[in-house]
Design a protein around this ligand. Structure first.
Ligand SMILES: [Fe+2]
Length: 214
C-alpha cells in the first residue's frame, strides 16, 4: 500500500473545501491558515515531506464539519449555552464523517487523528475523548497549537483579536495544560523565520490550490 497522495485528492479537496466556503467564509480561510501553519511547524519539527503533507491537509479539513452546525449556533454573536456548546463540540467528528467515503485511501486515513483530536488538551480537559499527553496523536497536538493561535489572533463579532505578544504568552502559560510544551517551544523559535501566514511558500501542496479555486 502506498502512502502517496492519490492524483484525484487535490480536486476532491478543492471541492470539499468549497462547501465550508459557501457556509462560512471565515472558517474556510481559518482552515487554509491552519493547514499552512501546521505544515510549517511540521517542517520545523524535522518531519518528512509526507508528514508535512498530512499536517497541511489535516489542518485544512479540521473544521470542515462546521458545515453541519446549525447557523443559529455557528453564527451566534454572544456566549453559547452548554447545550449549544455540546453541538459545536460535535464538529471534529462531523469533519471525520465527511471524509469517511475516502477511507479506502491510506492518505486520507492518515488525516483522521489530527482532525478528530484537534480539541484535545494535554491535561485531559479537551474533547471528544479527554485524551491526555502523548495519548493525543502528534498531528493533533500540532493542529491544536496553530488552530488556537489563529483563533486568538482574529477579531470576531464577540471579541477583539489578541496581539502576537499576548498570544505568545498564552502559549507559554498553557504549555503542559492545553498545549504540548515541546511543540510550543519549536513554534516560538520558528515564528520569526516564517513568512506572513497569507504568503504561500514553495513547499505547500494544497492550500494555494484551494485558495485559487475559491
Ligand atoms: Fe475546531
Amino acid at each position: 500500500m502506498s502512502n502517496k497522495i492519490p492524483e484525484w485528492a487535490l480536486e476532491v479537496t478543492q471541492a470539499l473545501l468549497k462547501t465550508i466556503l459557501e457556509k462560512d467564509p471565515f472558517t474556510f480561510h481559518h482552515c487554509c491558515r491552519v493547514g499552512r501553519t501546521a505544515r510549517r511547524l511540521g517542517k520545523s519539527m524535522g518531519l518528512s515531506d509526507f508528514q508535512q503533507d498530512v499536517l497541511e491537509f489535516s489542518g485544512l479539513f479540521h473544521d470542515i464539519g462546521k458545515v453541519g452546525v446549525p447557523d443559529d449556533i455557528l453564527f451566534k454573536p454572544g456566549r453559547l449555552s452548554k447545550e449549544e456548546m455540546d453541538v459545536i463540540k460535535l464538529h471534529p467528528e462531523k469533519s471525520v464523517a465527511i471524509l469517511k467515503p475516502l477511507m479506502s485511501q491510506p492518505f486520507f486515513r492518515f488525516l483522521i487523528p489530527g482532525i478528530r483530536f484537534h480539541h484535545e488538551r494535554i491535561d485531559g480537559s479537551g474533547y471528544p475523548l479527554g485524551l491526555k499527553g502523548h495519548e493525543i496523536p502528534l498531528t493533533a497536538r500540532v493542529v491544536a497549537i496553530v488552530d488556537a493561535v489563529d483563533a486568538m489572533m482574529n477579531t470576531r463579532p464577540y471579541r477583539q483579536g489578541l496581539t502576537m505578544d499576548v498570544v505568545k504568552q498564552e502559549l507559554i502559560d498553557f504549555s503542559n495544560k492545553q498545549f504540548d510544551a515541546n511543540l510550543v517551544e519549536i513554534y516560538l523559535q520558528s515564528l520569526p523565520k516564517w513568512a506572513p501566514v497569507d504568503d504561500e511558500t514553495k513547499d505547500e501542496t494544497i492550500v494555494p490550490l484551494v485558495l485559487k479555486a475559491a
